[in-house]
Write a protein that binds this ligand. Structure first.
Ligand code: GLU
Length: 288
């Protein structure tokens, strides 16, 4: 139980490419943490953008997880089936004045100052007759976006450094920040264990959760796997997909990365069971 709620963890891959070592680290870490807490571990396919989706990858991801001994609890949720929920959340933010239509094009934003943070051009409203292209979250100012991260410790971001993130994109697709917050809440996820590349996204999520009156899950951002050039493994950096036939070798690399003993017993399922014990010793912490 976490703050009176039964532990629910999740792994939420985007089907834009097959799983690689970096995504396996997030999968294994979230799985082990759920199991060590006696919790459920869910899988959610984040297929928000059909133009980036690679055909057949969702089922490949599920097959790979299973072969690595990572069985999920309950039905797999596909974000492509949940558009109505995102619409409801956006409507409620609009009603409370916490979402605004934005008419900026990529070009306008690129010219602004080259920074990643939205410069707030449309925050105070659009000129009469101007149609919004996208919808953004009106990140309340003057509050700190903070949480205790179980791996990296206390995190605190100013709303200015996060900015008014996109909720509904100009191409009509729902944005990750809205969908992830809505789904984690609907699936009653209590604990999010994922890669450290999403730390700054968490700051945005904390702001959206607060605006929607959603309980804040606990977060643990595990270290990223980097390639020889020091870049995060990803499709963009041409990370090699993991192969089911190499599951023991891959698991042992994942364990090494997570500072767990790399014992290669006979079956991935047994390797996972023994890793649960070690994870328990290393990571389980007092409930806050
Ligand atoms: N779908 C995201 C990704 O594959 C991860 C989202 C999350 O764990 O919150 O990078």
């Amino acid at each position: 139980m976490i703050n009176g709620r039964p532990y629910v963890g999740r792994f939420a891959p985007s089907p834009t490419g097959r799983l690689h070592l970096g995504s396996m680290v997030a999968a294994v870490a979230s799985y082990l943490d759920a199991k060590v807490h006696g919790g459920r571990w869910l899988v959610r396919i984040e297929d928000l953008d059909p133009t980036r989706e690679v055909k057949g990858v969702s089922s490949d991801i599920l097959r790979t997880l299973e072969s690595f001994g990572l069985g999920w609890d309950g039905p797999v949720v596909y974000q492509s089936t949940r558009h109505e929920k995102y619409r409801e959340a956006l409507d409620s933010l609009m009603i409370s004045g916490l979402a605004f239509g934005c008419a900026c094009t990529r070009k306008t934003l690129a010219k602004a100052d080259g920074s990643r943070v939205y410069p707030g051009f449309c925050r105070s409203g659009l000129p009469k007759g101007t149609a919004p292209r996208s919808w953004r979250f009106k990140m309340p100012r003057g509050v700190s976006l903070s949480w205790h991260d179980r791996v990296v410790g206390r995190q605190s971001y100013s709303p200015d450094s996060v900015g008014d993130v996109t909720l509904l994109r100009a191409d009509g697709h729902w944005a990750y920040h809205l969908a992830v917050v809505v789904d984690d809440a609907d699936q009653e996820v209590t604990d999010i264990v994922r890669g450290a590349d999403l730390i700054s996204s968490t700051a945005a999520h904390v702001g959206i959760q607060r605006a929607l009156g959603i309980p804040k899950p606990k977060y643990a951002h595990v270290p990223l796997v980097l390639n020889a050039e020091g870049q995060k493994l990803s499709k963009q950096t041409l990370a090699r997909p993991v192969e089911i036939k190499d599951s023991r070798e891959v698991l042992s690399m994942v364990f090494k990365h997570l500072s767990l003993p790399e014992d290669m017993s006979s079956h991935p399922r047994d390797m996972m069971s023994s890793a649960i014990k070690h994870w328990g010793k290393k990571w389980k912490e007092e409930d806050e």
